[in-house]
Design a protein around this ligand. Structure first.
Ligand SMILES: Cc1ncc(COP(=O)(O)O)c(C=O)c1O
Length: 462
C-alpha cells in the first residue's frame, strides 16, 4: 500500500468511527414509548471500522479475519480449535454430520442410530439429528433449570443403538455437565454441547463448550456476541474432528487448502481415493456429502471486535439477571424462577449449592419466569409486556414434539420418527408457563427496573 492509499484508508476509517459514534450517542429512555428489546446487537465504532476495513481489503470469502477469529475464539474457550460457519443451526448440523463420517471407523454414527436430546428447546438443536438419518430420543427437561432430566438417561440408553447426546445450555444455564459427561464416558458416547446461548457461562469455573467432544456457537444478533449471521463448531480435543467438520462445511471435499491456496498437502496429484484414478486433483476429491456453510471474512472481522467485549457483556448479563431477580423476589408464590443445575436456592447474596455440587455461573441469555397460574396468565403477562413495548419470548419451540413439523414427521414415519422417554411433563410445563425477558448488555438499570415494574403490575395488579 503506498502512502496516499494508506492516508485515504485512515481517513475513511476515522470518518466511519466519527459517524458511528455520533449515531450511537445516548438515547433518552421514555418508559412506555421507548422500545425495550429482549436482545440485540451491542456494538461501537470498532465493529463498523473493522467491517469497513475488511471490505476495503475486499478478500470477501473466509480468510485472514476468519483464521484469526477461529484462533481467538478457541483460546477464549480453552478448546483445541474452532471452525466458523454461517449460523448456529449450521454449526449443529455440521457437528452431528461430522459424527457420521466414515473417517471415524467403528465409532461413527450409522443411519437409524439414536441420539439422546431434550424435547424443550430450539428446533435446530434437534433437526440435524433427523436430517442426518439418525433418530432423536427425547428425555424431559427440569422446568426450573431447563436442563435435561439426567435421571432419565439410563432409561433412554439402548446399548449398541445410542451413540451420542446433544443438549443445549438453555438460556445460558449450564446443564449438569458432571452427570452428562460421566454418563458419556462410562458408555463410550459422543457429547455435543449446544453452546449457542451460553458463550461466557462456566461450570466449575471452566467455560461451557469445553466439556463435550464438539460444541457449537451462534453469532446471530440476540446471542452473546454477533457477526450478523454466523456460528462456530468448537473442536474440544481431537484434531481429526476439525478436518471432518471442515470437510462437511466446505462441499464435502477431502482437500483442506484455505480459499485461494493450492497444494497445501504437497501431494495434490498423488492421492488415490475412492474409485478415482490415481493422481486425480485432490481439490476435487469429495470424501463426504457436504454443503457450503462458510461465512464471509467481513463477518469474522466484526466477530473479532465483539469477542474483545465478551467479558464486559457477560458481566452485564449477570448483573441484569440479578437485578430482575432481586426486584421480583417477593413474587415467588406466583412465579418460579430459574436455578443453575446444582443450586438449591437463591438469595440477594447469590446462589446456594447442594453439598458436593458443582457451582456454575450462567451468562444469562434471558430472564425466564414460569407463571404458575398457567397458560392464560402467561399469555396475559406477554400481552402486558408487549403493550409496554417490552420484548418478551416464550421458551423457543416449547415441547418440540407438539410442533407441527414433529407431528407431521410422526404421521409420515410412525414410531421410527423419534422415541420419547417419560411423559415430558417438564417440557409441557415450560411450553405452557414459560416467558422470558431480556438481560442483554443494551439494557441499563433504568430499563431493567421498568421491566420489573411492568411484570409486577401484570402479576399482582399493583
Ligand atoms: C440453543 C440454540 N441452538 C441453536 C440456535 C440456532 O442459531 P442460529 O440462529 O444462528 O441458526 C439457537 C438460536 O437462537 C439456539 O437458541
Amino acid at each position: 500500500m503506498n502512502n496516499s492509499e494508506a492516508e485515504l484508508r485512515a481517513e475513511i476509517l476515522a470518518k466511519t468511527r466519527e459517524l458511528v459514534t455520533r449515531r450511537l450517542a445516548t438515547s433518552i429512555f421514555v418508559p412506555g414509548s421507548t422500545v425495550v428489546p429482549y436482545a440485540g446487537r451491542v456494538y461501537d465504532a470498532e465493529e463498523v471500522a473493522a467491517a469497513v476495513e475488511s471490505v476495503l481489503d475486499f478478500w470477501l470469502t473466509l480468510g485472514p479475519e476468519g483464521d484469526a477469529f477461529e484462533r481467538e475464539l478457541a483460546a477464549k474457550l480453552g478448546v483445541r480449535s474452532s471452525v466458523l460457519t454461517n449460523s448456529g443451526s449450521s454449526a449443529n448440523l455440521l457437528a452431528i454430520a461430522a459424527l457420521t463420517s466414515h473417517k471415524l471407523g467403528e465409532r461413527r454414527l450409522r443411519p437409524g442410530d439414536e441420539v439422546i436430546t431434550v424435547a424443550a428447546g430450539f428446533p435446530t438443536t434437534v433437526a440435524p439429528i433427523i436430517q442426518c438419518d439418525l433418530t432423536p430420543v427425547f428425555i424431559d427437561v427440569d422446568p426450573i433449570t431447563l436442563g435435561p432430566r439426567v435421571d432419565q438417561l439410563e432409561e433412554a440408553y439402548v446399548p449398541g443403538k445410542t451413540k451420542a447426546l446433544i443438549f443445549a445450555h438453555a438460556l445460558g444455564n449450564p446443564f449438569d455437565l458432571d452427570a452428562v459427561a460421566s454418563f458419556c464416558r462410562e458408555k463410550g458416547l459422543w457429547l455435543i454441547e449446544d453452546n449457542c446461548d451460553s458463550l461466557g457461562s462456566t461450570w466449575g469455573g471452566k467455560p461451557t463448550g469445553s466439556f463435550g467432544d464438539l460444541s457449537t456457537q451462534s453469532f446471530y444478533p440476540p446471542h452473546h456476541i454477533t457477526m450478523g449471521e454466523g456460528g462456530a463448531v468448537n473442536i474440544v480435543r481431537d484434531p481429526k474432528l476439525r478436518v471432518i467438520v471442515e470437510s462437511f462445511r466446505d462441499w464435502g471435499r477431502d482437500c483442506w487448502c484455505p480459499s485461494g491456496k493450492d497444494n497445501t498437502c504437497k501431494r495434490r496429484f498423488e492421492w488415490k481415493l475412492g474409485d478415482l484414478p490415481a493422481g486425480y486433483d485432490h481439490k476435487y476429491i469429495y470424501s463426504h456429502l457436504g454443503w457450503n456453510l462458510k461465512p464471509l471474512d467481513v463477518q469474522a472481522a466484526i466477530g473479532r471486535q465483539q469477542l474483545k467485549k465478551l467479558d464486559r457483556f457477560t458481566a452485564a448479563r449477570r448483573a441484569n439477571w440479578h437485578r430482575l431477580r432481586t426486584a421480583l423476589a417477593d413474587l415467588e408464590d406466583r412465579l418460579d424462577f430459574m436455578l443453575p443445575a446444582h443450586a438449591t436456592g437463591w438469595s440477594p447474596a447469590g446462589f446456594t449449592w447442594k453439598p458436593g455440587g458443582t457451582p456454575s455461573d450462567p451468562s444469562w441469555f434471558g430472564f425466564m419466569m414460569l407463571v404458575k397460574a398457567g397458560p392464560a396468565a402467561r399469555t396475559a403477562l406477554a400481552r402486558a409486556l408487549d403493550a409496554a413495548k417490552i420484548g418478551n419470548r416464550m421458551f423457543f419451540g416449547g415441547n418440540l414434539v407438539r410442533q407441527p413439523a414433529f407431528v407431521h414427521l410422526r404421521e409420515e414415519r410412525g414410531s421410527a420418527a423419534f422415541r420419547v422417554v417419560s411423559d415430558l411433563a417438564g417440557a409441557d410445563r415450560v411450553m405452557n408457563e414459560a416467558l422470558f425477558v431480556g438481560t442483554y448488555p443494551g439494557l441499563d438499570e433504568q430499563r431493567i427496573d421498568y421491566v420489573a415494574a411492568v411484570i409486577r403490575n401484570a402479576i399482582t395488579g399493583t
